[in-house]
Design a protein around this ligand. Structure first.
Ligand code: PLP
Length: 467
């Protein structure tokens, strides 16, 4: 097999049989979360096995293709253009331009970089640029700000959990290079008041980015279905750019998002060029270098195979499912945040009113749910449980509610449950006043995870037993 290997050289990677390799990959999935059964929220958006097969087929066709050079891959350049044109129609700016990226975080990194560089060009006296954002803006903005030397000025929400336009207007200074808000924000699923923020942005002559990573490919269909959706897109004149993830509610394969600009005048700051590399002139519109073709082809295939009809049907199923979950959760005496909900995110909390002495620990409930085979998204400040509801969850409403009822009973019967499992850690992490300490602790945990060898990980997994 390796005839020219020098005598006595140590084997680095033993060659294994192809089928055995694939079998092991398949077997490894046994401990992963059961996303096909709708037992997990927010990590996977599944539109059925036939649709998944289409994604795989399209991905496989372009798995080795690379959009780093659009001249070499006009096919991928065309797919990107067509995806952005569809986004432009959906978001009501026919002349919109933009790029397909590898995910929401990359879309946001590109947007923040472009706004920073535009400010550097147009207002070079700003030494410490600031973006004014609500506290519910996604951590991808913290990451972008951290990487790019921009400061996020975080503004408290209104009582209805939406961004507070008056407070955001007050936070704007001569250092402000733009505002960002969400449609909807992830934690509670409500759409920020984009129309009011757009008016402020225009008055103050600053750009406004709308983070519609989770909502961009869902809200247009909800609106068409006749559900009340606040204005959030390019119909608001002050909106300059929108991030919207294909790998969420466009039901594309993983690794695909869109960053859409109202005009090239704004987008041009996103394009990076290096001229002195001996390897040639290097131009790149996004953060990554090599641009995998698979996710772009899969996203293009998803859009065309589902079309208006497919997306409307998926949106209706997801919205009806979210409604049923909200109603059932309220019936259990829990609080559902965000009223009727602008989108298909459901967030619930311990009851806030009445019920004297009911100090329900939602993290203990989450632990009991996980012991029943669910993967639960815990949030803090305030302590809530989050569900990103997709069409794939239509079948889990009753089992979720039944398990939730049983979990609530368990926790109410046995208050010690709040002091075991993961509950105390989540409760404490939310309350610790020194956030730097929390960050250090979490960084340590992640570092430990990476420091352990695969043999140690395997031993631990075996000790923990099957999921
Ligand atoms: C998911 C999400 C992001 C980040 O997207 P990734 O694809 O995870 O990088 C940003 N903003 C919102 C509102 C999101 O829901």
């Amino acid at each position: 097999m390796v005839p020219h290997m020098s005598h006595g050289a140590k084997t680095m990677i033993p060659v294994r049989d192809r089928d055995a390799v694939l079998q092991e990959l398949a077997a490894m999935r046994a401990r992963d979360t059961r996303w096909r059964d709708g037992r997990v929220f927010s990590l996977v958006y599944h539109a059925g096995d036939a649709h998944e097969q289409l994604l795989k087929d399209a991905h496989a066709m372009y798995a080795s293709a690379n959009l780093l050079n659009p001249m070499a891959f006009p096919s991928l350049a065309r797919m990107e253009r067509e995806i952005i044109e569809i986004a432009g129609r959906l978001f009501h700016a026919a002349g919109a331009v933009g790029t397909v990226t590898s995910g929401g975080t990359e879309s946001i990194l590109c947007a923040v970089a472009a706004y920073r560089d535009r400010a550097r060009r147009e207002r070079p006296w700003i030494r410490s640029p600031e973006l004014v954002v609500p506290t519910t803006i996604h951590p991808a903005f913290d990451k972008a700000a951290h990487y790019l030397g921009v400061k996020l000025v975080k503004v408290a929400l209104r009582d209805d959990l939406r961004a507070d336009p008056r407070a955001m207007a007050r936070a704007i200074t001569w250092r402000t290079i733009g505002m960002c808000a969400s449609a909807p924000q992830y934690p509670h699923g409500v759409v920020d008041p984009i129309a009011e923020l757009g008016a402020i942005a225009q008055k103050k002559k600053i750009p406004l980015h709308v983070d519609a990573c989770v909502g961009g490919w869902m809200l247009p269909w909800l609106e068409q279905l006749g559900r009340p959706v606040p204005l959030w897109d390019f119909r608001v004149p002050g909106v300059t750019s929108i991030s919207a993830d294909l790998h969420k509610y466009a039901y594309a394969g993983k690794g695909a998002s869109t960053l859409v600009w109202r005009s090239m005048d704004q987008m041009k700051y996103q394009i990076f060029v290096a001229t002195d590399f001996p390897g040639g002139i290097y131009a790149s519109p996004t953060m990554i270098g090599t641009r995998p073709g698979g996710p772009i082809a899969a996203a293009w295939a998803a859009l065309h195979a589902l079309g208006d009809e497919g997306y409307l049907a998926l949106a209706k199923t997801a919205a009806d499912t979210a409604d049923r979950l909200r109603a059932g959760i309220r019936e259990l005496g829990l609080d559902v945040l965000g009223g009727a909900g602008d989108a298909t995110i459901v967030t619930w909390a311990a009851p806030s009113a009445g019920r004297k002495g009911d100090k329900l620990d939602v993290y203990a409930v989450a632990d009991r749910m996980e012991s029943r085979g669910w993967t639960i998204d815990r949030q803090h400040r305030p302590a809530t449980i989050h569900l990103t509801v997709t069409a794939n969850h239509a079948g889990i409403v009753d089992p979720y509610l039944a398990d939730l009822r049983a979990s609530l009973d368990e926790v109410r019967r046995d208050p010690r449950l709040a002091k075991s499992g993961s509950a105390p850690m989540y409760g404490m992490a939310a309350k610790m006043p020194v956030r730097g300490l929390v960050a250090r602790k979490v960084r340590g945990l992640i570092a430990d995870m990476y420091a352990r060898t695969s043999a140690q990980h395997l031993a631990e997994a075996r000790a923990a037993g099957p999921r």
